[in-house]
Structure formats: structure tokens, C-alpha cells
Design a protein around this ligand. Structure first.
Ligand SMILES: [Zn+2]
Length: 306
């Protein structure tokens, strides 16, 4: 594991329309969460964690961008070892709580490397992986892509300085792998007028096609990625900023995260939507949004069916 400062290209005011060749969405298995977790609740969190019987299914998405300069992933999904290895979570309290918070339907073939191969890609082809945040269902595939630069915000990376990041579902033992090429990034002032609500951005490939935006709330250092191309409308991959795009439009915060910070980021995303009216907002755990993505892009989107 090496933590180094990634080179900081300047965000461009225009973007290369032909840089992105295809966008794919895959799901590395499925999970179930409580309705109160997904939609929010007036009840205390511990109450619904221990008593709720309502489970809602969701995809655990990763997105693969075929860029002219190489493959770029947005998140790496869930490791099937979370169900096959009883020691995957090293703390007993974490193992106990996980069963109350999530259920999983995930098989060995859902591993990131297998998922990519099933779609005709080799994991070693992945040049960069953007990690929206460090929760276990977004970092589970990093062992399959040791050659890839793993881009994460410095603010998110700083959580590993906490003595107990596992209390926030950040599993140090699966993140600080010797083979992982972590590259924490800092957002830089953007000269692009379209980002009026996001004055600081990070241009992943230096051509304006893939732009990272700070979108805190679910975790302090969560980020989103804007994908712009001639394939279709601009796409904002928002990770877990919201569990469904509707929640952003309805200003409805989930039963987890920092509600005030979430609402502040929702407002910035809605401003971006006002600046880019065609914008598709795609959360990682939203079947309806993935279906919308499929219908709007001139490229195949596979493995996303419920
Ligand atoms: Zn997630």
C-alpha cells in the first residue's frame, strides 16, 4: 500500500466528447437493507437496526468507463468473502451488527475480477479506480486490480487516522493492502463555469471527460464523478450520496450519514442539474437509476438487472 499525492491536472473548461467510448454498469451481487435505513426514520437508529423486519433489495454497482487512454472504474463492489469467510470482519461486534443491517446475495462469480472477465475485460486492463468512499461494499474488489491507481479524496483517506474506523464500516484490513496503489487526491479550483456549485474539482484524465466532485454527507470524504461524452446525456455517479435519485429531488435523507451535510450536498447536485438539465443522477444502489442509464446510453449496460 502506498499513499502518494496524485498529479493534479487542471480541470478543463471544455471536454473531449470522444474520450469516453462506453459506459458499463455491473452489480457485484445484491444486498438487502432495512426500509428505515434506505428512506430515513424518525426512530433512533439503534431501534430500527434491532427491531425492523422490512428488507429492501438493492444492487451493489460498479461502473466501468472505456476511456481512450484506458479503463476507469468507479467503485469496486463487494467481496464475496464477506459471506464465505466468517472472519472477513475481524471485530465480533461488527459481525453481529452487520447481520442486523445487511443481508447479501453474492456468489464467487460476483467478485470484481470475475465480473469484468464475464464481460470481456481483463482486470489487469484497469488503469484507475475511483473510490467514492471507503465502505466495504465499494472497496471489495481492489485486490483484483493491484496495478490500478486507486483515487480517493484526502478527506476520506483521513478517516484511517481514526483509531477505530471500523465503527463507521471502514475495514482497515481490506483497505491497507500491501498491493494497493492508493492515491489520495485534493480538489483544485475549477475554471469551468458549469461547476458553479462545485468550485473545486479534480479532472481524472486531464481532458474534462471524467470530473470528480466532493459530495460529503454519507461519509465526510465521499466523492462523485461526472462523465461527459457524445454517448448520451452527462452522468453523475454519486455513490451513496443517496440510495435513490428520487431522494435527492425530494430532499429525503436516509437513516445514516450526516443529514445536514447531505442536504447541503443535495442542493449543490440540484444546482448542477439546473446547469446541466439532461444530467442523469445515478446512485450505486438504485435499480431504477441503472435502468434509466441503460435507456439513455448508446452502449450496452449489463449485469444490472434485479
Ligand atoms: Zn454502498
Amino acid at each position: 500500500m502506498t499513499a502518494s499525492i496524485h498529479p493534479l491536472p487542471t480541470a478543463s473548461a471544455t471536454y473531449d466528447e470522444r474520450a469516453v467510448k462506453a459506459v458499463h454498469a455491473y452489480s457485484t451481487g445484491r444486498a438487502f437493507q432495512h426500509k428505515e435505513h434506505r428512506n430515513g426514520s424518525a426512530l433512533p437508529q439503534l431501534w430500527w437496526v434491532l427491531t425492523s423486519q422490512s428488507w429492501v433489495g438493492l444492487p451493489i454497482s460498479v461502473f466501468l468507463i472505456e476511456h481512450k487512454d484506458g479503463l476507469v472504474l468507479f467503485d469496486t463492489g463487494l467481496d464475496p468473502a464477506i459471506v464465505s469467510n466468517p472472519e472477513y470482519i475481524s471485530q465480533a461486534i461488527g459481525r453481529l451488527l452487520l447481520k442486523r443491517i445487511f443481508r447479501f446475495e453474492i456468489n464467487p462469480e460476483d467478485k470484481l475480477g470475475e465480473t469484468l472477465r464475464a464481460s470481456g475485460f481483463e482486470p489487469r486492463q484497469v488503469r484507475k479506480a475511483i473510490i467514492s468512499h471507503l465502505h466495504f461494499d465499494h472497496i471489495g474488489g481492489i485486490a483484483d486490480i493491484p496495478q490500478a491507481e486507486l483515487l480517493v479524496s484526502y478527506k476520506e483517506w483521513d478517516q484511517l487516522s481514526d483509531p477505530h474506523p471500523e465503527r463507521d464500516w471502514i475495514l482497515r484490513e481490506h483497505i491497507e493492502r500491501p498491493s494497493a496503489k492508493w492515491c489520495p487526491i485534493r480538489f483544485e479550483p475549477s475554471g469551468d463555469a458549469v461547476f458553479s456549485s462545485f468550485p473545486r474539482t479534480f479532472d481524472v484524465m486531464g481532458d474534462g471527460s471524467l470530473i470528480l466532485l466532493p459530495t460529503p454527507g454519507h461519509t465526510p470524504g465521499s466523492l462523485s464523478m461526472l462523465v461527459r461524452s457524445s454517448l448520451g446525456p452527462p452522468i453523475l455517479l454519486v455513490g451513496d450520496l443517496a440510495y435513490s435519485a428520487d431522494a435527492i429531488f425530494q430532499d429525503r435523507v436516509p437513516g445514516t450519514g450526516d443529514a445536514k451535510q447531505l442536504r447541503s450536498t443535495y442542493a449543490k447536485v440540484l444546482q448542477l442539474k439546473a446547469d446541466l438539465p439532461d444530467l442523469l443522477i445515478i446512485p450505486s444502489h438504485d435499480d431504477a437509476a441503472i435502468a434509466q442509464l441503460r435507456s439513455c446510453l448508446k452502449t450496452e449496460v449489463t449485469h444490472a438487472d434485479p
